[in-house]
Design a binder for this molecule. Sequence first.
Ligand code: XMP
Length: 509
Amino acid sequence: MQEKILILDFGSQFTQLIARRVRELNIYCEIHPFNKFPEVDGSVKGIILSGSPYSVRQDDAPHFEFAKHHKNLPILGVCYGAQYVAHFNGGEVLASSTREYGRANLDYIKPDTVLFKDVPQGSQVWMSHGDTIARIATDFEIIASTDSVKVAAYHITDTKTYGIQFHPEVTHSSDGKQILQNFLVDICGCAQDWTPDSFIETTIAELKAKLGDDKVVLGLSGGVDSSVAAVLLHQAIGANLHCIFVDNGLLRKDEFQSVLDSYQHMGLNVKGIDAKQRFYDALAGLTDPEKKRKAIGRVFIEVFDDAAHEIQGVSWLGQGTIYPDVIESVSVKGPSATIKSHHNVGGLPDFMKLKVVEPLNTLFKDEVRKVGAALGIDQNILGRHPFPGPGLAIRILGDITPEKVDILQQADAIYINNLRSAGVYDKVWQAGAIYLPVQSVGVMGDERTYENVICLRAVESLDGMTADWCHLPYDLLAKISNEIINNVKGINRVVYDISSKPPATIEWE
Ligand code: XMP
């Protein structure tokens, strides 16, 4: 049985970060909303209680059955989690009179405390709370303090319950990872054996048991997630996996053929479908971004369904859904993990009565990449920038025509090839060119031109939720601009987007 840590989400913006830190230590963990805590079985080695935008002093503060688990399992309360345990077990939490936000130092650490093994006196931690633990019950002992927070950390004597008012999961807590490791390994006894290889081995065994001789159909997109899902399924059920890769006419230049070739090279049973015209027909005259997205989604389902019907006796739909798309968010003051409508979670059309198999739905994106690498998938696919499902249709502002797609594909290819040859591609989180339906005056030779504008976008980001524009070298931008204007007919001006998200978004539509 896969051992695991349960993380109880009280709605903190940092909950997912705790999960990532735990997993970086090769320990499997799951996030559950505080009000839907699962039954605890022998696989659970410990519980982490997250922070929260709530105060324990509020009438509607989120609760958890602490008494039921306390003494049976190690528990680590972080921020709200620590205050919750202190407040409802004989202590008192009050609004803080001093500033408890930002960097602080653990000036006092109780000697020989397991939670702080190898953590130096004075270690920097990150505080972020408006409340503070003012008093603790007699069976609690203080194990760390800062100059303004006396109960920075506590331990309930004769138990494996600990509370820390700072955030070990953020990088500003310089020994945060060590503290988490002390809790997970020394206190919970976790084995640290959850690795990409062990994930692959267990997942393939589970897929074999679940699918038997059934057939699965899966739509490939050229992206990392669907490719890794396909290779896992392929290793589990071989030729019973039928992949479909649709050319919607909105992919990057030559992408359809080159990706199709790599898939075939990987031994996948994949059918490529040229549906360009169906998409262009559905998009004709549409200018509203949401209408374009809907039209593309609708046609994709039609094309996919037609192709799936050609496979006899298929009973499962494979999907590359990843963990952030399925984590149930806690709606406290706004969900901690907002699910974007455009990501089509569980996008199973009613008329395809298939069961769904999602081999990656417990993994974060960086973990999917590691699993992909362990499966031997080409870096050309794994290292790819994210690319939106509606593709170039949301990078051509306004209505779509095959001519505009062709112009954008040429400009985008020049841009991306230059990023690659300058060694910049892998440092950028996402890049792409945008076609602006704006004409401006230029001169070429002796002639006055009146042509369109290409905008270049490149951002740095961790997860696409926030992003910064990349400071690409001027000489590289100059080279790209020259090449585009000299080679792409219909373009006489190139601009660079210097907006961050928020308030802008990564895509222009
Ligand atoms: P925004 O533009 O919202 O983009 O800042 C954040 C990330 O999401 C991608 N994106 C999409 N992906 N369908 C997708 O599959 C869409 O409709 C869509 N819109 C944006 C975007 O490329 C970026 O990675």
